[in-house]
Design a protein around this ligand. Sequence first.
Ligand code: NAD
Ligand code: MG
Length: 395
Amino acid sequence: MTARRVSILGATGSIGRSTVAVIEELRAQGKEIEVEAIAAGSDVEGIAELARRLRPAFVAVADESRADDLRAAINGAPVAVAAGRGAVIEAAARPADWVMAAIVGVAGLDSTLAAIDRGATVAIANKESFACAGPLVRDAAARSGAVILPVDSEHNAIFQVLLNVERVEKVTITASGGPFRSASLETMRAATPAQACAHPNWSMGAKISIDSATLMNKGLELIEAAYLFDLPAERLDVLVHPQSIVHSLVHYADGSVLAHMAAPDMRTPIAHTLAWPDRARVSTPRLDLAKTGALTFEAPDVHRFPALQLARTALEAGPKASCALNAANEIAVAAFVDGQIGFLDIARLVGEVLEQLERKELGGFQKSPSSFDEVRAIDQAARKTARAIADGWRH
Ligand code: NAD
Ligand code: MG
């Protein structure tokens, strides 16, 4: 692997910190990796501590009200600092040859795009960028020559075993099933945010943990896979695999099925994108299949997990519907975390938003959005509708 200049967007989060861990391990091996920029939402203390360790040239937080706190926390270190949404975009636009896009939610779209637009290699964890604007993100990369490397473990797995796209019959995305895989609907109805966040196999940020509990995460991943690999919905399948060892499978025309396996640790896909097309040596847990024992698979229960079907329907309806689904889900997850709605209401709210928008504001979902402004308008409309419905449910 050659010397690299990297930036990390969402550096203080779960993926961000795993990225830092990989970089520090490779630096300890003598690899020359310079950090150009790091960015976060509002965690000033977290980003300042990372700045001391990584010595980046530029540090950004999105929360403008914390500009002075950031300066104070950086405390005279020789690094440029800035706050506000523009600062996060600047972090992405600065000259790093590899950018980790790991901001959670649509909040990550503009910075992900800024890195893509200047033709960087962009490791994308921020799946919501794909869910809300898949075709436009893909077009932007084609225009600039940016290389997009998927970080999401399933998509990274598919990327690694996708050898001959024209001969692919089907792709199966695996799902752990989340904390409620075998829970009753009664248990799920009463689930608290803490229970929904207690993922059996992965330690992740709150939003994706709740998405994993509803299986909306898998739904967003269907959409992500469709746009990343240019596959129609009918050639994408979901299979529940509670051990999270097989990260996805690609089925070929001759009956061969190539699976990717690894211990469930995000440092593995992150290291893959950082070293690609080479491979790095990282101290992630090694797979010991004799110890793991049985690997089991089952079909997802669409009755208890309606989010999966909602996402599939949105994918089939087109990119506008996917954008609305993603936005409504962000509002629904936030409302659940705030105690405003119950766990099962998350998918119910998303379904209701899609129905209302399709009927009224969007005049159908057939046409693709032609610009990012149009994407933002759909995103905002879906958020507004979701908030209004959730407020109505509370009273
Ligand atoms: P997280 O909540 O742990 O971290 C989110 C990061 O984004 C933090 O650094 C936060 O400060 C930053 N952020 C939040 N709002 C921001 C804003 N408006 N502007 C700038 N920065 C902002 O989340 P995570 O689990 O690390 O997930 C990050 C992304 O990666 C998500 O899109 C998630 O779906 C995806 N992903 C995560 C995992 C995982 O294992 N955690 C796996 C696959 C994909
Ligand atoms: Mg995933």
